[in-house]
Write a protein that binds this ligand. Structure first.
Ligand SMILES: *Cc1c(COP(=O)(O)O)cnc(C)c1O
Length: 365
């Protein structure tokens, strides 16, 4: 009897997440120096972590022998003040990915359905399948979440409905009015999960707190991985009703978020200057990439996030070819977009280099 025959059937059919390729892998494979490689594959912050967060993380490391505060008390206080909500309305996770998993633990089982846009962040589907439920995928319309079609896909078996805005991998967003109307019209047995991983890059992002105050079944997800530059530390959070947060807190590991990440996140929230400068640089970067695409006649999807889809013909070929030029981008074939790549907005210099090398690669057969 082998291990596989002992595993739960769902494990054997579980698809595997394909992360952006780490710089070290490409360096090893191609025998090139890590310093010559730029990674524009995972929507990480090209300006690194917030400097305040970095200082706080280093300090926290000195108390590394102590277990962290499993309740993330100080961080939740800070988040409560930031969002004008109560600290008991927050749940902190090992990345917002963990909150997606906690939602599965708390609400999703065999026979249930989870509705989501397609293509959207693939983790919604992976976690749905992991819990033995059915992923109901609703195609985007003009690259945006088709909220009426998503609403129409809801059945008595639906437990969760995911809306990612701005959406990964398209960078497109739904409006506040659309989102408010959508959640208000949901049947009472369905929980809306609004993934706001890129909200800080958006000027005037939708304010969904009225839904929480009205007692609607909604939870919003945020992360420190993107604009705060802390992807490596794994910290994100959800906010919604206190009742929902209590349920999610019940199903998490006692020490799911380490103390270094907590200290860094607390400090990052105070680093308004850093977040503002990253958002401004990102807007310039988006403009730079759009101008480059237009100059070369490449199709792209206008984005409000820190990444952009560009049509390149054969996405896998271009992904592989760009690596030889020291640039890692994300092929999006697994998202059903074989003709496209997704590129993270880098520094001005990195964007320039990407446009130049992409031009070279697209000219070569
Ligand atoms: C990057 C990203 C996240 C963040 O995940 P973490 O686990 O917090 O690093 C969440 N949702 C979407 C759509 C993302 O693109």
């Amino acid at each position: 009897m082998n291990f596989e025959s002992l595993a739960k059937p769902s494990v054997l059919t579980q698809p595997v997440y394909e992360p952006g390729k780490p710089i070290e892998y490409v360096a090893r494979e191609l025998g090139i120096d890590v310093h010559g490689i730029i990674k524009l594959a995972s929507n990480e912050n090209p300006f690194g972590p917030s400097p305040r967060a970095l200082a706080a993380a280093k300090l926290a490391l000195e108390d590394g022998e102590l277990y962290p505060d499993g309740g993330c008390f100080e961080l939740r206080q800070k988040l409560a003040a930031r969002h004008g909500l109560g600290a008991e309305q927050f749940v902190v996770g090992n990345g917002s990915n963990e909150i997606i998993e906690l939602l599965g633990h708390a609400f999703v089982g065999a026979g249930d359905e989870v509705v989501m846009g397609a293509p959207a962040f693939v983790v919604y589907k992976l976690v749905t399948l992991l819990f033995g439920a059915k992923a109901v995928e609703v195609p985007l319309l003009n690259w945006r979440h088709d909220l009426p079609a998503i609403a129409a896909a809801i059945t008595p078996r639906t437990k969760l409905v995911y809306v990612c805005t701005p959406n990964n991998p398209t960078g497109t967003a739904n409006t506040e009015a659309e989102l408010l109307a959508f959640v208000r019209a949901l049947p009472v047995h369905v929980i809306a999960v609004i993934d706001e991983a890129y909200a800080e890059y958006v000027e005037n992002p939708p304010d969904l707190r009225p839904l929480i105050r009205e007692g609607r079944k909604v939870v919003c997800l945020r992360t420190f991985s993107k604009i705060y530059g802390l992807a490596s530390l794994r910290i994100g959070y959800g906010y919604g009703s206190a009742e929902l947060a209590a349920l999610l807190n019940r199903v998490r590991q006692p020490f799911n978020v380490n103390a270094i990440a907590q200290a860094a996140a607390i400090a990052a929230l105070d680093d308004h200057e850093f977040a503002a400068s990253c958002a401004a640089a990102n807007r310039h970067g988006l403009h730079q990439l759009e101008q480059g695409c237009m100059k070369h006649g490449w199709h792209f999807v206008p984005s409000v996030a820190n990444f952009m889809l560009i049509e390149v013909g054969d996405g896998m070929r271009v992904f592989a070819a760009l690596q030889h030029h020291g640039i890692i981008v994300r092929p999006v074939k697994s998202y059903g977009l074989p003709g496209w790549i997704r590129v993270t907005v880098g520094t001005a210099e990195q964007n320039e280099r990407l446009l130049r090398e992409l031009h070279t690669v697209l000219r070569a057969p």
